[in-house]
Design a protein around this ligand. Structure first.
Ligand SMILES: *[C@@H]1O[C@H](CO)[C@@H](O)[C@H](O)[C@H]1NC(C)=O
Ligand SMILES: *[C@@H]1O[C@H](CO)[C@@H](O)[C@H](O)[C@H]1NC(C)=O
Ligand SMILES: *[C@@H]1O[C@H](CO)[C@@H](O)[C@H](O)[C@H]1NC(C)=O
Ligand SMILES: *[C@@H]1O[C@H](CO)[C@@H](O)[C@H](O)[C@H]1NC(C)=O
Ligand SMILES: *[C@@H]1O[C@H](CO)[C@@H](O)[C@H](O)[C@H]1NC(C)=O
Length: 951
């Protein structure tokens, strides 16, 4: 019986409420020319390859269309019972694909009253130049939603279809300006032109085009224009919307100004969505709301200040309210007690404060409660755990306190998503009484940055997929017993705790395990991890840097054949690197073993895989740079610095097409750089650091001609950032970048291991000789250049004046002669200059940055004169012999690098707020990255998935 009802509901839905598609026996047969037109249409359009055949929701309706059956009984065709004319076609979700052009026979069915082609894959520009062909004058409903049509909406659609009452062109693929003729559709009751926000194309209403619409479309009840771009539309136009209006949806339309609050008084209004208009100010009325209002969304609006008006308490029909991302402040008014239809309440990211109001305890129908990113304080009220309908609870980033106990949580039997992160006084604990609680639907628990002290093994028997307990105070370990169960667990984040042991991987389905920044000690295999436990084919990400691991890297790690990221860095691992490490997983993108105590040779086993980041720096590795690295054609970053590598410059690296960063600093490499470098070589390189080796000979000019990525004008470099996006479970949005722990000024600052966004050449502390090639001056993107402590002679190339992006230049301790090119004063970004200990002569340039360098930049050049040195120049620009010679301090080796702070601005890149600082300590280059961990995106993704597709 239940199944039958479902089928009936679906049929009703699909036929848009028209009672039955089967004509009564007495009805006339369909007309031959109409049948022919329908068959012709069938033949002009294909069925997509994968079309479910047995599903009511989607199936190939036209497939069974067949000459031998009366076309009035074809699936999706409705005829007039008296005349036999085809009056309706419902081919929604019919797996249709192909080009629907103006000459299609479908458009000859001039008796049509409704046409539904939504949810297909139709393309083309169906109604272009249709004035002669188009005869749908009686058409009342047209639904082309969810297709892939091209080009602009043809104006004929509006000028000819003046009888339309329902028009749905949402997500249909049309772009460009909406024709003004739309206001001819004066019978329209429902209009939906929503667009995909991610699309590169936009659908635009110009101010004039929209102005007439509310005046002329006096019967409009539903107006949905989400993501239609309408910045020029005067907000006063909306005042003219008809009093019949029931739904107004203007999500992310780029509206700006003050929204006319009259609209909130429209007598029939049920749904209003003004969200995502960042420059739109909405004042909620203090009285006289449309009393039937069921949903209100003004999220992410423009700077509304003030408190939430208590008039909201009169909206007794309210089902959903979203005021997130505004500037509402003060307490939540205590007026929600009567809104007992409310299922979704979202007040995230406002400035709300105070304790959580008691009247919310009445909202027992709530399924979504989101009060995250506010200033709520006080104990987490018990009633929260009596809101038993909740599926998503998000109270993260507040100042709530208390202990969330397992028995409280287990009352929320519908809960799927729980985010209580960043409430520093909140902890999670077992109730002590009965630990056999169940959490039947809970899939995601975010409890990061709180005060959890113990690993919550009471989730063992749950369906939990994603657990984030990072940044807590969990000490002790995870025992074998505690690791039993966890059948569904896919992602486990425990970084930044005080774990001392981790005997076994929980569950069998783990994809991601992040144990960075803990106190794990002993050998990987025996004391802390049983590597056989995870499902070897599933396991993708293993991060355990910054612990106290000792002993060897076990070669059994190579059984993880799907591993993507492996980070064992910053431990005290010793012994040799297993030979299999270069080729055990086809998906391997990152290997990070830096800052351990590894010895022996680097394995020469690198195969052609996905490897893009390899960090083996700061170990005791010996031998050659392995030639098999030439197989890793996707390599972007290679850091082998601070080891004991020998041999000549590994020329095979130069042909890696993606290599952006090459660091070989502080090894024992020797010999000259290649003279015969092919023109494609090093084309992506942005950072090369060969400092502290024994390289010798002159620099090949060809090298600098090839460095294409450095020769291009500096541009916005976000694309060079190295994020790893790893596919995890449902909330598969992990981002990871390798880092060390530095915390300053209450920001979480992470030091990047490489400076991928910096364009830098460091050849210092070698035995290079000869002249500096003029071609260096062609590296227009260069930000840092260090040739110090070599044997370069000859002049500083005049071409250096072109290095407009240069921020620091060190040519000290060479044998450079001649004058400092005066044009170098054009380098307005130059913050650090060191030309000391050379044979430079003549006047020091002045102007711009050159007025800021002090004498330390020039000491040890006896022939230099002029400010900031005390030696004055004579008329020929030489040292004035009579000038008093103030002793320059030979030993005043100021720390060469000061901290250089650079404003790279900050932006939001996929939920991470980034800013950059660069500094060095005279030692390696580091990039400092401030990362504000933000889980907002996870929740948003979750909410989106929950939102049914609008029809
Ligand atoms: C408004 O609608 C009427 C009746 O359909 C029509 O004659 C008139 O041209 C329309 N005005 C505009 C500006 O479209
Ligand atoms: C909002 O206003 C700011 C400042 O005028 C502007 O930069 C921004 O582009 C506007 N946003 C939208 C979506 O119009
Ligand atoms: C709520 O409605 C009642 C009766 O309709 C009215 O008297 C009262 O002023 C309203 N309160 C607010 C805050 O609008
Ligand atoms: C909670 O709801 C009940 C009835 O639904 C009502 O009588 C009571 O006043 C409400 N409580 C509050 C605090 O508004
Ligand atoms: C590195 O390993 C060697 C032996 O291989 C050992 O002598 C040395 O103490 C280790 N260094 C550190 C810092 O543990």
């Amino acid at each position: 019986m239940r199944r039958l009802c479902l089928v009936l509901v679906l049929m009703l839905h699909l036929s848009w409420g028209f009672s039955s598609t089967v004509p009564p026996p007495s009805s006339p047969l369909c007309l031959p020319h109409q049948r022919a037109a329908l068959l012709q249409f069938k033949n002009s359009i294909s069925i997509t390859e994968f079309c479910p055949d047995d599903s009511y929701a989607e199936h190939p309706k036209t497939e069974a269309w067949n000459k031998s059956i009366d076309c009035c009984s074809w699936d999706g065709v409705v005829c007039d019972e008296l005349t036999g004319h085809v009056i309706g076609i419902d081919l929604s979700s019919s797996c249709l694909t192909g080009s629907l052009l103006a000459n299609n026979s479908l458009f000859r069915l001039h008796t049509l009253q409704w046409l539904d082609l939504n949810y297909n894959d139709l393309h083309g520009s169906p109604l272009e130049n249709t004035s002669s062909l188009f005869h749908f004058h009686g058409l009342r409903r047209l639904n082309l939603a969810y297709n892939n049509f091209d080009g602009t909406i043809p104006s004929e659609l509006f000028s000819q279809l003046v009888s339309l009452t329902h028009l749905n062109l949402s997500f249909s693929g049309f772009s460009g300006i909406i024709p003004h003729q739309i206001s001819l559709l004066s019978s329209l009751v429902s209009l939906d032109l929503s667009h995909y926000s991610e699309d590169l194309t936009t659908l635009t209403f110009d101010g004039h085009g929209f102005d007439m619409l509310p005046r002329n479309l006096t019967k409009l009840r539903y107006l949905v224009l989400d993501n239609v771009v309408m910045p020029d539309v005067a907000l006063t136009s909306f005042i003219n919307l008809s009093s019949s209006l029931q739904r107004l949806s203007l999500y992310d339309c780029q509206l700006h100004g003050e929204f006319p609050s009259q609209l909130f008084h429209l007598p029939n209004l049920k749904h209003i969505d003004l969200g995502g208009n960042e420059n739109l100010t909405v004042y909620l009325p203090k009285t006289n709301w449309s009393s039937g209002l069921e949903s209100l969304d003004i999220s992410d609006g423009g700077g509304f200040r003030g408190s939430i008006p208590s008039s909201v308490g009169n909206l007794t029909q309210l089902i959903s309210i979203d005021l997130s991302g505004n500037w509402f402040e003060g307490q939540i008014p205590d007026v929600f007690g009567n809104l007992n239809r409310l299922t979704s309440l979202r007040f995230s990211s406002c400035n709300l404060s105070g304790p959580l109001p008691i009247t919310m305890s009445n909202l027992t129908k709530l399924t979504t409660l989101d009060l995250s990113y506010n200033y709520f304080h006080g104990p987490l009220p018990d009633y929260i755990f009596d809101l038993v309908s909740l599926t998503a609870l998000r109270l993260s980033s507040n100042n709530l306190s208390g202990v969330v106990k397992s028995d409280m949580l287990s009352k929320l039997t519908s809960l799927e998503f729980l985010d209580l992160s960043s409430n520093s006084l909140l902890s999670l604990s077992t109730s002590g009484k009965d630990v056999n609680h169940s959490f039947p639907r809970l899939a995601t628990v975010l409890f990061s940055s709180c005060s959890v002290r113990q690993f919550p093994s009471f989730f063992q028997t749950s369906k939990l997929e994603y657990l984030d307990l990072s940044n807590n105070m969990i000490s002790g370990g995870v025992s074998k017993r505690e690791a039993e169960g966890w059948e569904a667990l896919r992602e486990l984040y425990l970084f930044n705790n005080s774990l001392t042991s981790f005997e076994q991987f929980p569950g069998q389905s783990l994809l991601i395990l992040d144990l960075r920044f803990n106190l794990l000690e002993g050998p990987i295999l025996s004391t802390c991890l049983n590597l056989r436990t995870p499902n070897q084919q599933l396991f993708r990400v293993f991060l355990i840097s910054e612990n106290k691991l000792t002993g060897n890297i076990p070669s059994s790690i190579c059984t993880w054949s799907s591993l993507t990221l492996l980070d064992l860095s910053r431990n005290n691992l010793s012994g040799t690197i297993p030979e299999c490490l270069g080729n055990f997983s086809h998906d391997l993108q990152l290997i990070d073993l830096q800052m351990n105590n590894l010895t022996g040779k680097i394995p020469n086993s690198f195969a052609n895989n996905e490897l893009s980041h390899l960090f083996l720096n700061d170990n005791q590795l010996e031998g050659l740079v392995p030639p098999s690295l030439a197989n890793s054609t996707k390599l972007k970053i290679l850091n082998l610095g601070n080891n004991k590598l020998i041999g000549r410059f590994p020329y095979w690296l130069t042909s890696l097409p993606s290599l952006q960063v090459l660091i070989l600093r502080h090894n024992r490499l020797h010999g000259s750089l290649l003279r015969s470098i092919a023109s494609s070589n090093f084309s992506s390189l942005q950072l090369i650091d060969l400092s502290g080796n024994e390289f010798s000979g002159p620099l090949p000019t060809k090298l600098f001609q090839n460095l294409r990525a450095m020769r291009e004008k500096p541009k916005w470099r976000s694309s060079y950032l190295s994020f790893f996006q790893y596919q995890g479970g449902e909330f598969s949005t992990g981002y990871y970048q390798t880092s060390v722990n530095v915390t300053t000024k209450s920001l979480e600052i992470e030091l990047m291991k490489t400076a991928t966004i910096f364009v830098c050449v460091d050849l210092s502390n070698n035995r290079f000789s000869g002249q500096i090639p003029e071609e260096v001056g062609q590296l227009l993107a260069l930000q840092m250049l260090n040739f110090s402590h070599n044997n370069f002679n000859g002049p500083i190339p005049a071409s250096f004046e072109n290095l407009a992006a240069l921020e620091s230049l060190d040519l000290s301790s060479n044998k450079l002669g001649g004058r400092i090119p005066s044009q170098m004063s054009k380098l307005t970004f130059l913050a650090v200059l060191n030309l000391s200990e050379n044979n430079l002569v003549g006047p020091i340039p002045h102007g711009n940055q050159f007025n800021t360098f002090d004498s330390d930049s020039y000491i040890g050049n006896l022939g230099l004169c002029g400010l900031p040195l005390s030696k004055q120049c004579n008329n020929h620009g030489e040292v004035e012999p009579t000038a008093p010679s103030v002793a320059e301090h030979e030993d005043s080796q100021v720390p060469f690098w000061q901290v250089v702070m650079m404003g790279y601005g900050s932006g939001v890149v996929l939920g991470l707020s980034l800013g950059y600082i660069v500094f060095t300590t005279g030692r390696p280059w580091w990039l400092v990255r401030m990362v504000e961990r933000d889980l907002q995106y996870k929740f948003t993704a979750w909410i989106r998935r929950k939102k049914p597709k609008r029809n």
